[in-house]
Design a protein around this ligand. Structure first.
Ligand code: HEM
Length: 252
């Protein structure tokens, strides 16, 4: 009995809706190198700048930092990596704050799609006879940064309010207004890894150190106009000092 798949297809897979896909493209060495490079390009600056923007927000919002440090202090510290994942996952306020920093600073400020077929989104406004139609082949930009700060969807959008992402309020977020990692089959493949890495670094750092503003910390923040990934125009300048000062005779 025929499977319906072409015999010369090197890869067979299942689509998101269970449909069979035939991936007939042969991968060359160049393809593989390009994929490996993409992981570096897409994964390194984004994650490190998430950490930087997070520290910036902590410096600008000491009350948020204090609340976060209370949570960090409540979770036992350990050098053991055995239960690291569970300890990080148990930190609810850390998770809420990372989500809020990603709202304020979605590292990929905008990303694109090309429509493969003509698609009618329907009337541009209720009762309008004009339809929003994406013609086949058209290029569409999704402005995540603008959506994340649109006052129609976010109350006081410029403020850092992690409580927006509390378990009880998360459901209030209007679908597709919060897209730090994109959405659909081409969404960021490294989102969980990025968030976990950033949380581990931040938990370690903020348990030991307090972040504050320095004379060179810009307020408000200004972004570099030509940057591919969001970054400040003049770097990140912060004051970092130990939370627990060790005096002579003390062991920790
Ligand atoms: C905070 C960190 C990160 C942010 C904000 C971020 C954001 C994004 C966004 C917005 C996209 C486009 C999604 C779309 O078009 O719908 C994307 C794609 C991608 N990201 Fe990330 N990313 C991050 C970290 C990472 C890491 C750590 C990796 C890899 C280890 C990674 C690998 C990729 C790859 C390979 C794609 C292309 C996926 C595809 O086209 O199928 N990213 N990312």
């Amino acid at each position: 009995m025929s499977s319906g798949l072409r015999r010369d297809c090197p890869v067979r897979a299942f689509g998101f809706n269970g449909s069979r896909l035939e991936l007939c493209r042969k991968f060359t060495d160049d393809d593989l190198v390009a994929q490996a490079v993409l992981f570096y390009v897409a994964g390194l600056d984004t994650t490190s700048n998430l950490i930087n923007f997070f520290l910036y927000e902590m410096a600008m919002n000491p009350e948020v930092q204090k609340k976060l440090q209370e949570e960090l202090d409540a979770v036992p510290d350990s050098d053991s990596t055995n239960d690291l994942y569970e300890r990080i996952q148990s930190m609810e306020y850390l998770d809420m704050t990372v989500s809020e920093v990603l709202r304020l600073w979605p590292l990929a400020g905008a990303y694109d799609r090309r429509s493969t077929a003509t698609y009618d989104f329907g009337p541009t406004a209720e009762g309008s006879k004009h339809h929003l139609v994406a013609e086949a082949g058209i290029h569409i930009w999704i402005p995540a940064f603008c959506l994340h700060r649109d006052p129609r969807y976010w109350e006081l959008p410029e403020r850092c309010v992690p409580e927006r992402f509390s378990p009880s309020r998360r459901a209030d977020i209007v679908p597709y207004t919060y897209l730090p990692f994109g959405t659909g089959p081409r969404a960021c493949i490294g989102s969980r890894f990025a968030v976990l890495t950033a949380k581990i670094v931040l938990a370690r750092l903020l348990r030991e150190f307090e972040v504050g503003r320095s004379a060179r910390t810009p307020a408000p923040q200004r972004l570099a106009p030509r940057a591919f990934i969001l970054r400040p125009a003049r770097g990140f300048f912060l004051n970092i000092r130990p939370r627990h000062v060790v005096t002579e005779g003390q062991t920790s």
